[in-house]
Ligand binder design. Structure first.
Ligand SMILES: *[C@@H]1O[C@H](CO)[C@@H](O)[C@H](O)[C@H]1NC(C)=O
Ligand SMILES: *[C@@H]1O[C@H](CO)[C@@H](O)[C@H](O)[C@H]1NC(C)=O
Ligand SMILES: *[C@@H]1O[C@H](CO)[C@@H](O)[C@H](O)[C@H]1NC(C)=O
Ligand SMILES: [Zn+2]
Length: 501
């Protein structure tokens, strides 16, 4: 056998709707997560021969497993057809062309052109991966919405750096090196959420706390993150940029001022860290409630500007707004509450995958995880809305039910419904590790933000709706207050209405 070659294996892609996780014993040790609405497994011969019915579950492809190569699912995000420039097949050919072009080029290193890279790369020469001898990009499976590729580390690094051109709506996610032990969300965790749900009714103290999330500070904070506020000097929050590191420090400072303790947790060489902020429980419990967003961003190919006001300055701004509202009333939670700003989301939810795995390995008790990604864009003529991840695809029904319920109570201006496509943000990683999770988003339909993945994703533009961000942030915080329980240590008088002056 050639060195580095593992035995021939089979990739199995199963539509999310086809498989109850845990139904097939031999698949449980071979799970790799969710890619484009499919569960992915890498199955060995023993598993195949022990269970012939596997073949009927989905699509399969054979593949020579090589340690230095990565499996990458590359797909076009489902956006409103009015935003599309070219048919899927045409764009796919561009991508594959660009990748092949890159990989067959005899440049000494993918790091030489540096077009989308910040001037100060947080990576020293010695840390750069050695040039792979195997540069070819191999197509393992071509589907109607994406493609499964195998590529060497140097090509993947170039894709991560934005050195290979991807059309605007394309994104990718890399298979982890080792399988994810398959953990469905335990019944006990769902039962706890059902109990919390049964107690949720209007509470005027909760209302006064969430009304403390102000449009005025959301605007100020988001403008800082995007660099629209000239004082911030943040040109890009691309995961490898200099600006993203400044954003990390700034987020840590802002949230720490509200009484949380924050750590910048590095998760992979070259990437900005996750910003993990914790309000410790006032009672003796390990239970933890997490609100997430990703603070990294993506701009247009070839541009150094990546303001990401909507994606995901909106969700990140909401985290800061939530923190400020907590401080304003001196909220002390009875359970642990974490506000987490992830990096590496645009490179395939890399930061959240590492964090979810770390929590799983530590036996953490995650009561629920709510991810806010793209909260701002409001199509003219539509009602303000709250799209929830559809638990038939990704996430936990009990979490979405709680969010729908508190939305009706505290943000009745929002029309609530399910997002029509699966996953695609950091909650997916928590779901893959068996934690109850859900996403909140801006539209009950396909993405319609014309500045999605564009260097023009600023907050000062038509359709960017701070009030919708505020309403959705109120839902996130109200859900946390109801599920965690809380006491107040701050001023007792109500502050109905917030300070939107
Ligand atoms: C690379 O992609 C762009 C679109 O993003 C396309 O215009 C161009 O033709 C592609 N290049 C190759 C070599 O396919
Ligand atoms: C989490 O905490 C709850 C409440 O203390 C407890 O009932 C449950 O067993 C814990 N679950 C895990 C996975 O530790
Ligand atoms: C919230 O859920 C509870 C229990 O499931 C239900 O009684 C109540 O009517 C719901 N409230 C709203 C506003 O949906
Ligand atoms: Zn995003």
């Amino acid at each position: 056998m050639v060195q580095g070659l593992l035995p021939l294996t089979t990739l199995l892609l199963v539509p999310l709707s086809n498989l109850k996780l845990g139904a097939y014993k031999c698949l449980q040790q071979n799970y790799y997560g969710i890619y484009g609405g499919r569960h992915a497994f890498i199955v060995d011969d023993a598993c195949w021969t022990s269970s012939f019915s596997l073949m009927g579950l989905g699509t399969s492809a054979t593949h020579d497993r090589q340690e230095s190569r990565h499996l990458v699912w590359l797909e076009r995000v489902r956006v409103d057809p009015s935003l599309l420039d070219a048919p899927f097949d045409v764009e796919l050919d561009w991508v594959l062309g660009n990748l092949t072009d890159f990989s067959s080029h005899s440049r000494t290193s993918p790091w030489s052109s540096g077009i989308a890279r910040a001037p100060q790369l947080p990576l020293s020469t010695s840390q750069r991966p050695a040039r792979s001898t195997e540069r070819a990009v191999q197509t393992l499976h071509r589907a109607h919405d994406g493609v499964l590729l195998s590529m060497g580390a140097s090509v993947l690094d170039a894709v991560n750096f934005g050195e290979v051109s991807l059309p605007r709506f394309w994104r990718y996610s890399v298979f982890p090196e080792a399988p994810i032990p398959l953990y469905p969300v335990p019944e006990e965790a769902k039962q706890r959420l059902r109990e919390a749900l049964s107690t949720i009714k209007f509470n005027h103290v909760v209302a006064s706390i969430v009304n403390g999330i102000s449009v005025y500070s959301l605007r100020r904070d988001i403008r800082y993150l995007t660099g629209e506020d000239a004082l911030s000097n943040i040109v890009s929050r691309h995961s490898f940029s200099e600006g993203v590191l400044r954003a990390a420090e700034w987020l840590k400072e802002q949230i720490e001022e509200t009484g949380a303790s924050c750590v910048l947790e590095a998760f992979q060489v070259g990437f900005a860290p996750n910003v993990i902020c914790t309000y410790a429980a006032s009672t003796n419990t390990m239970e933890t409630i997490i609100v997430g967003a990703h603070y990294d961003s993506r701009g247009s190919f070839g541009s150094v500007r990546a303001p990401g006001a909507n994606d995901d300055g909106s969700g990140t701004g909401a985290l800061v707004g939530i923190a400020r509202a907590i401080a304003r009333r001196g909220v002390v939670f009875r359970k642990n509450v974490q506000l987490v700003a992830f990096a590496g989301e645009e490179q395939g939810m890399v930061g959240s995958r590492v964090y979810a795995r770390t929590l799983k390995d530590a036996g953490a008790n995650v009561t629920m995880m709510i991810q806010g990604d793209m909260l701002a864009y409001h199509v003219s003529g539509e009602l303000p809305q709250l799209a929830l991840s559809d638990p038939a695809l990704v996430g936990t029904a009990e979490v979405t039910q709680i969010l729908a319920n508190v939305s009706a109570i505290y943000s009745p201006d929002l029309k609530v419904g399910y997002s029509p496509y699966p996953g695609g943000s950091d909650h997916q990683r928590f779901h893959e590790y068996g934690f109850p999770a859900a996403q909140v988003e801006e539209r009950i339909g396909l993405i319609a933000d014309p500045m999605y993945h564009d260097s023009g994703d600023l907050s000062e533009r038509e359709g960017y709706d701070f009030e919708q961000i505020q309403s959705i942030a109120k839902v996130e915080l109200a859900a946390v207050l109801h599920v965690a329980g809380f006491d107040l240590s701050g001023p007792a008088e109500d502050v109905e209405g917030g300070d939107d002056s």
